[in-house]
Design a protein around this ligand. Structure first.
Ligand code: FES
Ligand code: FES
Length: 164
């Protein structure tokens, strides 16, 4: 029986607006590929088993745990890391709100939380309770969450007002 870990697979996808391609092991996680092969170290690895949300990136606009996804599964998708989300300016208002409200301390959780929030801000307006629910897969060991929820809620309200 062949060892799938020994085989390399050609993949290509859009990473932060640019096409990337590589030959990867079937067992390489997307998070490791992003950090170790692509050098995008803004994606943080915490628990490595889908619990903490630190590794979240967006894939085709949805927030995804990059430690639970294989790099080969990203083939043909659009992946945004915190570097891409920042460079595009798409969450610049949210990032400013995080700073203004001290919604981060050590910052380890922040890229994953911003990826989750980016998906939230693309959808319908949410109540504070629903924002908390949507954030329940992202752990923060510093802030106590209130300022994070405050920041997302404020930006969501401003965007809704601007669109009306
Ligand atoms: S490192 Fe992926 S969920 Fe914790
Ligand atoms: S700011 Fe430190 S874990 Fe969230």
């Amino acid at each position: 029986m062949s060892d799938p870990a020994g085989e390399l697979h050609e993949i290509a996808f859009i990473l932060n607006g640019e096409t990337v391609s590589a030959a990867v092991s079937a067992r390489m996680h997307l998070g490791d590929f992003i950090r170790e092969v692509m050098g995008k170290t803004g994606t943080h690895i915490g628990c490595e088993h889908g619990v903490c949300g630190a590794c979240n990136v967006t894939i085709d606009g949805r927030s995804v745990r990059s430690c639970l996804m294989l790099a080969v599964q990203a083939d043909g998708t659009h992946v945004e890391t915190i570097e891409g989300l920042t460079q595009s300016g798409i969450i610049a208002d949210l990032q400013q709100e995080f700073v203004a409200r001290n919604a981060l301390q050590c910052g380890y959780c922040t890229p994953g939380i911003l990826a989750t929030a980016a998906e939230m801000l693309n959808g319908p307006s949410l109540s504070r309770e629903n924002i908390r629910e949507a954030l329940s897969g992202n752990f923060c060991r510093c802030t106590g969450y209130h300022a994070i929820v405050d920041a997302i809620e404020a930006v969501m309200a401003r965007r809704v007002e601007a669109a009306s």
